[in-house]
Design a protein around this ligand. Structure first.
Ligand code: HEC
Length: 255
């Protein structure tokens, strides 16, 4: 018995209807292609000036951009730096300043502010020693100003650090300076002072941890050593043997 080829006929019909529908819909784009908007910096005939970007209305202040307190935002009064904080310094402010300092300033100025951070140790322009008399004697808003505008080889940090955080860092710099220049007179009566080396030993570091730290003169990153650390067997030449012996000593380095 012969089966009628009904199925194949309807398949052809379906296919042609599909193609027809596709052709009809692809003609019109009801998407967001055309909008009544201005593309940034593109001109227009709508305004007489030909500019689509409208100039700011004079004296208008955007939300959260009110600089009512000039000193808070500039660190200057009548163009002069001042030795005053624009808000009270609390422990919270100092801890915030310490945290921000250790993120943004420590890489160049080091944790104690002596200007020997890791970036400088690796060749960057020596950063200011925040404990030296000249910088120490600057009014506190000088530090705020330096962070806001940069200073010589130092880039500015106005985009990364908000004004309140810049002030918190400035306050922390004062605390750092005190910590690096305190005398026995600054210690309250009856408080025992421990040696720094004792403290570091208690914390599990070697006694020489608080001493000067020097970078090893030769850092051997030859392919032989890289291969060796990856587990490959290579000829053990004199250089790599010396590096292998020096490694445990250098890993005790600190900062
Ligand atoms: C990329 C490295 C780098 C970083 C990060 C950096 N500084 Fe500096 N800083 C320098 C250098 C370099 C100088 C010396 C600039 C010069 O004398 O040309 C300097 C100088 C200074 C001075 C001394 C200005 C003077 O009166 O002599 C202060 C204060 C200072 N930095 C504060 C900061 C603070 C606060 C931060 C963190 C927000 C910071 N720096 C982050 C590199 C850096």
């Amino acid at each position: 018995m012969r089966i009628r080829p009904l199925l194949s006929v309807s398949r052809w019909t379906l296919a042609s209807v599909g193609v027809l529908l596709l052709a009809m819909t692809s003609g019109c784009r009801q998407d967001m292609q055309n909008q009544p908007k201005m593309i940034p910096q593109r001109g227009t005939t709508f305004f007489a000036s030909g500019r689509s970007v409208r100039p700011e209305v004079l004296h208008a202040v955007a939300r959260n951009q009110l600089d009512a307190n000039e000193y808070f935002h500039t660190g200057l009064i009548d163009g002069k730096e001042q030795d005053a904080m624009p808000f009270p310094v609390t422990m919270t402010v100092l801890l915030r300043g310490q945290e921000r300092y250790n993120i943004y300033c420590m890489p160049c100025h080091s944790r104690v502010g002596n200007g020997r951070g890791m970036i400088v140790e690796r060749g960057y322009t020596p950063a200011g020693n925040l404990n030296e008399t000249l910088i120490r004697n600057k009014p506190i808003s000088h530090y705020f100003y330096v962070m806001t505008h940069g200073y010589g080889a130092m880039p500015d940090y106005s985009a990364q650090i908000t004004p309140p955080d810049r002030w918190a860092i400035a306050a922390y710099i004062r605390a750092l300076q005190l910590s690096q220049d305190a005398t026995m007179k600054d210690v309250p009566v009856g408080v025992a002072v421990q040696k720094l080396s004792e403290v570091s030993e208690q914390m599990g570091y070697a006694p020489n941890f608080v001493g000067d730290w020097a970078i090893p003169q030769q850092t051997d990153v030859s392919s032989a050593n890289v291969l060796k650390s990856a587990g490959a067997t290579v000829r053990n030449d004199a250089t790599s043997a010396a590096t292998a012996k020096a490694a445990p000593a250098t890993s005790k380095g600190k900062k």
